[in-house]
Write a protein that binds this ligand. Structure first.
Ligand SMILES: Cc1ncc(COP(=O)(O)O)c(C=O)c1O
Length: 409
């Protein structure tokens, strides 16, 4: 009796805070990938799901040395509140690095963020009113959907092909909608691993100018190219219309939560104001440490190692797909990054396949996670090749092939 009374009381209590939730909270969506990470933590599980970098390649010693150096020589800055725009010497280094890639950026064009994920949120705060139309490809990065959904936009989507976003489809969308900005993932797209060729990039820039839409260029993987030639970024083609995002997550470590935005100076000032309300500034100690690591030229030495390892893993995955996936399944051939995208015959539903795969102790992310409407991608899946070693990838793909064959029977 007493127990019932207590549970009723608790129920009423939880009702009262639930009643207080904002409308915005109702638009929040939990990430399927973050949820799945919980399942895949089990022993014997081969996770081809999350977007995790290879932990064996984390530069632990370099971080240790740089932390010591910073505390010894710059401790009072590193442990103090800092400017919202970011640690000035790091902004300078990033501006110089962007200049080397043909972007006319000064430190005033740079805002340091707590990962690119925060950059996406700040862009949402600054630009999206409920009902605004924004253009993404489909499938697209699930974290962008999650960041922007709370601001209540209408997602207008264009289907992805082997070369990423198709400018003809983009133009159609621009003619039929009032697009505020288009979200473009030019290099080794998450989730599909596709890359937008030079000609398409030029056309996207032209279209943005013609129709007065901004471009949000999200480029966390650009440096992780292990095949083919680098292609200029969109922002290097036209700085006026493009907000460029990148991050140290995939070239150093995601745990440090450090990214940056490049945008026109006046826009940076607005983004700084938005960021003040979010977290005052990004972790100052981490900024000092990363500046030290970058200054020592470590990234230039480290990136080729990452590319070599990810090429080996990607090749292992591609070979295993050819060997173990049943006929009728197709997949992309990435030139870099962390992911490939597989498409199954229409009669297989990806949720059923996931259940079968989990029984085989292997996980992937169902394609539906990457569609703003949650409807597309029912026959697709994203596979990650950066986190597991080649032998585990081969084993995982064999298990997945078995699950697919079962689902096809
Ligand atoms: C396309 C894309 N944008 C942004 C992010 C977020 O990166 P960060 O770790 O810098 O927040 C990711 C992470 O996987 C990503 O794939």
């Amino acid at each position: 009796m007493l127990e019932v009374a207590i549970s009723e009381l608790l129920d009423q209590r939880s009702k009262s805070w639930k009643d207080a939730l904002s409308e915005r909270a109702g638009r929040m969506r939990s990430s399927a990938i973050r949820e799945m990470l919980k399942v895949t933590m089990q022993p014997d599980f081969i996770a081809l799901a999350g977007g995790l970098p290879a932990p064996e390649l984390f530069p632990i010693q370099e971080f240790k040395d740089a932390c010591e150096h910073v505390l010894e020589h710059n401790g009072s800055t590193a442990l103090q509140y800092g400017p919202t725009g970011g640690y000035p010497p790091l902004r300078e280094l990033l501006a110089t690095s962007m200049q080397k890639h043909g972007v006319a950026a000064t430190p005033d064009n740079i805002l340091i963020t707590s990962g690119s994920q925060q950059a996406l949120d700040l862009i949402g705060r600054l630009f999206i009113d409920p009902g605004d139309e924004i253009l993404t490809d489909a499938p697209t990065y699930v974290g962008a959907i999650q960041a922007w959904q709370v601001y209540g936009p209408q997602f207008v989507t264009v289907p992805l092909d082997d070369d990423g976003m198709d400018p003809d489809r983009v133009e159609e969308a621009l003619q039929n909608h009032r697009i505020k900005f288009m979200y473009v993932l030019p290099n080794f797209q998450n989730p599909a691993g596709t890359t937008i060729p030079y000609g398409r990039r030029q056309r996207l820039i032209e279209l943005a100018g013609e129709y007065g839409a901004l471009i949000v260029e999200d480029d966390p993987y650009g440096q992780l190219r292990f095949r083919g030639e680098d292609i200029p970024s969109l922002i290097s083609m036209d700085g006026g219309n493009v907000i460029y995002l990148s991050t140290f997550s995939k070239i150093l470590s995601p745990g440090i939560r450090l990214g940056w935005i490049v945008a026109p100076e006046e826009m940076i000032a607005h983004l700084v104001t938005a960021k003040q309300g979010a977290d005052l500034h990004t972790n100052a100690f981490v900024q000092c440490v990363v500046r030290e690591i970058v200054e020592r030229g470590f990234i230039e030495r480290h990136v080729p190692r990452l590319c070599a390892a990810y090429k080996e893993r990607c090749d292992a995955m591609l070979a295993a797909a050819a060997e173990h996936f049943p006929p009728g399944v197709t997949w992309t051939h990435p030139q870099g990054g962390l992911f490939l995208w597989a498409q199954m015959p229409e009669r297989i539903d990806v949720e059923d396949l996931l259940a079968a795969a989990i029984e085989e102790k292997v996980a992937f992310v169902p394609g539906t996670a990457f569609y703003p409407d949650g409807e597309g991608g029912r026959h697709s899946l994203r596979l990650n090749f950066s986190n597991a070693r080649p032998e585990m990838i081969r084993e995982g793909m064999q298990r997945l092939g078995q699950a697919m064959s079962r689902a096809l029977e």
